[in-house]
Design a protein around this ligand. Sequence first.
Ligand code: ZN
Length: 218
Amino acid sequence: MQVARPRIVRETRRPIEEKEPPEHSALSPHDWLSGDSVALYAEVAESGKPFDVYLSATAEKKIRLQAEKEAPRRLEVMGFLLGEVREWKGHKYAVVRDIVTTELKSSSSKVRFDPEGFPKLFSNLDDSGFDYVLVGWYHSHPGHTCFLSRTDLETQRRMFDQPYHTAIVIDPINRDMKAFRLSGNGYDEAAFAIFEGGANGRPKKPRTRKLKIKSVGQ
Ligand SMILES: [Zn+2]
């Protein structure tokens, strides 16, 4: 999929906060995890180390419903993952609290933001209501299984080249969901867990007109 890089009006950097991830008792594997992903989830859960990504039940539901809505027409959907990057015991992890999307031009194997939808996307980002970091993106592969195509990998390298940047791929037909990150010349599957919670992790900020995307310093 081709993704036009969004114009960032202002970018600020902030240090990565040391904070304990959601407790294991509050976590669950995604219902659609398949073979290897189930094993990966179990391995991380037993290790006591943080998962790479914590996906809020709210964000998961939005992604799944959007993908399922377009599944009968086999149309791909996509959007951005918003949340925080944190560190715990030397491990960096991402928390996805919410997603944002806009009108899309899509087919069964290609999707991109409609340029005319960009003002709406930025308005939706403003409305997301918390101090977010763009932690990655998601898109669907209706019926194609979950992986990163060569174009997806190019998008990841071009837009999401930080270690915490995650690509979530969902296949609403085969009912599968996986998370990926760049690794060497290719990519690896990332371990993710679902936690109860949503976009209310931070106090609501007054709405601003300008898009502000935060990134995190190393
Ligand atoms: Zn793809």
